[in-house]
Write a protein that binds this ligand. Structure first.
Ligand code: BGC
Length: 446
């Protein structure tokens, strides 16, 4: 344990630059719900065309996550972040200029690719630039930015709803793109990646800047892994010592999605309408409330994550999520259209428990459990699993409500939360305050 060490302003600065990727992730995934209404009118889109436009981004993201892992290991974390910005720029430009269904589709796919890559590259970059004692909070800055991006998308949607100017809704994303573009010129490649690519001097130089109160040799030990270069081969992904962390990372990433968070994030207005909020206006307003709770509780998570650790947050979060979903289900029994206030409160509680647990902790765990050398690719595969489940959950939600009913659907997610709880209790180790080296030593021992 290295209790006294504190992150430097430098660590905080580079983490903030990388975390801007989170704003782009959150904003671009959520803005479509507002845009859809207007592009449907302008381009006379059929229901199927609308569904394709929504889901194409998720397909792009899952492909991007896989590619991103490879690119990050091969070419470096910083270049990967640059690449995402180029893709975001092309994606957003295509969307703002779109003249019909085809161009919308291309824009959504390219934005999806960028989101998939940045969803793993940003936490990966931050994890490798953080001292172990603060890694939880710094990596979770990215999750905080995701939630801020989502909230901004909700507010922009609400504000532009009257004018229907969907091109400007898409164009808003240029602001974080420009900010991160400038920031990337001011941040270095990560020491871990430099170590694996034989640039030890430069790596040590950066380690000095990251930590202030650790002796020099410890700085180096914390980030290097002597076996790393040999791990650059694909086969290293299946080595016996990697299997357990591999399984745990994928499991946590999968549970983050299949416990249903995006039924709320993507469909909140529809759920509120099911619960009896009649006008689109009140439903949209309640949606902003969801976004705000998500942001505020994520801030609390940042404060807790390096203090009480990852496991207690996951355990408490999953229990709370299951309970909230159970109540949400009950609120629809016999009430149907007037589930009202109970439904809203249950939904907010569900989001709050997600925000303090699986939201930040899933990205954190997959950025810290893998050995150096395969970290990018392994994280890419875990992130890919997260997007596959995300795609599946988003695609099936409305039809699940039709077949199982609203109550049955939310109870199903409650059961999945319990499975997640079992998984965490059985398998996920505590990584709070540990160096990457200590985490690897733990896997080797177990
Ligand atoms: C998840 C997203 C989700 C968001 C909500 C992220 O960590 O990966 O799927 O929409 O959190 O805050």
């Amino acid at each position: 344990m290295h209790k006294k060490a504190k992150f430097t302003n430098y660590s905080l600065f580079v983490s903030c630059v990388a975390a801007i990727g989170g704003i782009l992730f959150g904003y671009n995934t959520s803005v479509i719900s507002g845009v859809l209404l207007f592009i449907t009118k302008d381009f006379h889109l059929s229901t199927i065309q609308q569904e394709v436009i929504v889901s194409t981004l998720l397909i792009g993201a899952l492909i991007g996550a896989l590619l991103g892992g490879f690119i990050a290991d091969q070419f470096g974390r910083k270049k990967t972040l640059f690449l995402t910005l180029i893709l975001f720029f092309i994606g957003v430009s295509t969307l703002t200029q779109a003249g019909g269904f085809d161009t919308l589709l291309i824009g959504r796919f390219i934005s999806g690719l960028a989101i998939g890559i940045v969803s793993m590259a940003a936490p990966l970059y931050i994890a490798e630039m953080s001292p172990p004692e603060n890694r939880g909070a710094l990596v979770s800055l990215n999750q905080l930015c995701i939630t801020i991006g989502i909230l901004i998308a909700y507010i922009v949607t609400y504000a532009f709803a009257a004018s229907g100017n969907w091109r400007d809704m898409f164009a808003f994303a240029y602001i974080p793109i420009v900010l991160q573009f400038i920031g990337l010129f001011l941040i270095p490649e990560t020491p871990s990646w430099l170590f694996t690519h034989n640039r030890k001097d430069r790596a040590e130089e950066i380690l000095h800047k990251i930590r202030i109160s650790q002796p020099h040799h410890h700085l180096v030990e914390a980030n290097k892994d002597e076996d790393a270069p040999s791990k650059r081969h694909w086969k290293a992904l299946f080595a016996p010592s990697v299997r357990k962390p591999f399984l745990i990372g994928i499991g946590v990433a999968v549970f983050q999605s299949i416990t249903g968070i995006n039924t709320v994030i993507y469909y909140a207005p529809q759920i509120f309408q099911l619960a009896g909020f009649e006008t689109a206006q009140t439903a949209l307003f309640a949606t902003i409330l969801v976004g705000a709770v998500n942001v505020l509780v994520t801030i609390i998570a940042l404060w807790l994550i390096d203090r009480i650790g990852r496991r207690p947050l996951l355990i408490a979060g999953l229990i709370g999520m299951a309970a909230a979903l159970a109540v949400l289900g009950i609120s629809f029994i016999g009430h149907g259209q007037s589930a009202g206030l109970t439904a809203v409160v249950a939904l907010l509680v569900f989001v709050a428990f997600f925000a303090v647990s699986l939201g930040p902790v899933a990205w954190l765990i997959i950025s810290e459990v893998y050995p150096l050398g395969i970290r990018g690719r392994a994280m890419g595969i875990a992130t890919f699993s997260n997007w596959v489940c995300n795609y599946f959950v988003s695609l099936t939600f409305l039809s699940l409500i039709q077949s199982l009913g609203t109550t049955g659907t939310f109870w199903l997610y409650a059961i999945i939360c319990f499975l997640g709880l079992w998984f965490v209790i059985k398998l996920v180790p505590e990584t709070k305050g540990k160096t990457f080296e200590e985490i690897q030593a733990f896997w080797k021992k177990s």
